[in-house]
Design a protein around this ligand. Structure first.
Ligand code: KG4
Ligand code: ZN
Length: 336
């Protein structure tokens, strides 16, 4: 059997990324240009700035991905690209790049769903992982509890009704003066705080136990901060961060373990930027071990946005025969 080499491109948010992945599981190169410093000034991602930077960087990033993998376009089997969901202007840059390369080099073009990419990051370091399994996808834009029935076959058990988990991290971090991006900062500062210092609410949703809601928690933190300010009390940044994070982690772990029991799965995986949170990883690791369930988590660099995960997902789409035409477009609200 001939090796399948996928050149993958990802530009859905504020990372310009390209990678070469062999047979879905082996990363030959993984180039990520992060725009974070550019957006920090504004306290969040500015879509117009993101698109412009993607245009500036994408060719360099793709060239470096090919060079790092010691290959040329001739060696590539197919080109895979994230076509949604994400920021439309940002997505368009990657899609246009992928189409141009695939057309010029006469290679098949494969559009990949961003969330499918995040989930597939788990295949890279865990060669033995195969569906079926459950996956908690928690990122800046998404909080999904997904049943992976087979490669490319998903059932969404629950999702957020309002803010995504990462969005809540970013908003709370900004409110307590930690700045953007908030997730990694809350993760770090929490190590010095007491997670039991403040009891924040854990939202329950009546009609679907697997759905999430984080906006109430975010409001509770903001109310707490306002209350302290009115009373002239200094806040303890580390205690607020640790208590907020504990509330998020508790809900994510509880929902996940409910689903593990209900669906009798023996494998549980996590994905997305928030999956790099050290406290969440530790809590899920111990919850899974109590349930006798094998726990999978990508390295932090494969949790946040990257193109290697798109190459892994693209490989399985390629095997299924998925090919997109030159009319492939960015779909900002693409459904899984
Ligand atoms: O997956 P990702 O890179 O982009 C999206 O697809 O959204 O996720 C970015 C999100 C941001 O909200 C960021 O604050 C959060 O992931 N994040 C974290 C951590 N690292 C990144 N949240 C909590 N703890 C972390 N260590
Ligand atoms: Zn993402």
């Amino acid at each position: 059997e001939k090796d399948v080499l996928i050149l993958a491109i990802e530009s859905s948010c504020d990372e310009t990324a390209a990678a070469v992945v062999k047979n879905g599981r082996e990363v030959l190169s993984n180039v990520i240009y992060s725009q974070i410093d550019l957006h920090t000034l504004y306290g969040g991602v500015v879509p117009e700035i993101a698109s412009r930077k993607h245009i500036e960087k994408i060719n360099q990033v793709v060239r470096k991905a090919l060079a790092d993998a010691s290959c040329t376009l001739d060696d590539i089997t197919a080109v895979a690209v994230t076509y949604g969901p994400g920021l439309v202007g940002a997505l368009l840059v990657g899609v246009a790049e992928a189409k141009a390369i695939a057309f010029a080099a006469n290679k098949p073009l494969i559009g990949v769903h961003h969330i499918e990419g995040h989930i597939s990051a788990n295949y890279i370091e865990n060669k033995e992982l195969e569906p079926p399994f459950l996956c908690l996808v928690v990122s800046g834009g998404h909080s999904h509890l997904v049943r992976v029935k087979d490669y490319g076959e998903y059932e969404i058990l629950g999702k957020t009704r309002d803010d995504a988990a990462g969005e809540a991290f970013d908003k709370v971090a900004r409110a307590i003066g930690l700045g953007y991006p908030g997730g990694p900062k809350i993760d770090r500062v929490s190590n010095e705080g007491n997670p039991e210092a403040i009891i924040f609410p854990r939202a329950k949703i009546a009609d679907n136990v697997y759905d999430f809601s984080f906006s109430g928690l975010k409001s509770a933190v903001l109310n707490y901060l306002n209350g302290c300010q009115m009373k002239g009390i200094d806040i303890n940044q580390a205690d607020v961060a640790a208590s907020f994070q504990k509330a998020v982690v508790d809900v994510l772990v509880e929902h996940s373990m409910d689903a593990v029991k209900r669906y009798h799965v023996d494998k549980f995986a996590i994905a997305g930027g928030v999956a790099s949170n050290s406290h969440l990883r530790a809590a899920l690791e111990s919850a899974c071990s109590k349930q006798g369930v094998k726990f999978f988590r990508p390295s932090p660099i494969l949790c946040t946005d990257n193109a290697a995960m798109i190459g892994a997902a693209g490989y399985y789409e390629y095997l299924k025969g998925v090919r997109h035409g030159w009319d492939l477009n960015a779909v900002p609200n693409l459904k899984l």
